[in-house]
Design a protein around this ligand. Structure first.
Ligand SMILES: [Zn+2]
Length: 55
């Protein structure tokens, strides 16, 4: 099993386990991982999706 890899920047986790600071996102039925830095940058777009759902 390959180690966890960030879907955006390609950074790999040091272990096979996903770090707690990483974020998991299900998009188009696929499980995507984002490292802590990319997750922070993605919070806005993800919250934007949620907002559109609420509206
Ligand atoms: Zn990343």
């Amino acid at each position: 099993m390959a180690s966890a890899t960030c879907a955006l920047c390609g950074q790999q986790a040091e272990s096979e386990d996903v770090p707690l600071t990483w974020m998991t996102s299900i998009e188009d039925g696929r499980k995507l991982l984002y490292c802590d830095r990319c997750a922070r940058e993605n919070v806005r777009s993800i919250e934007g999706k949620l907002d559109s759902v609420y509206w």
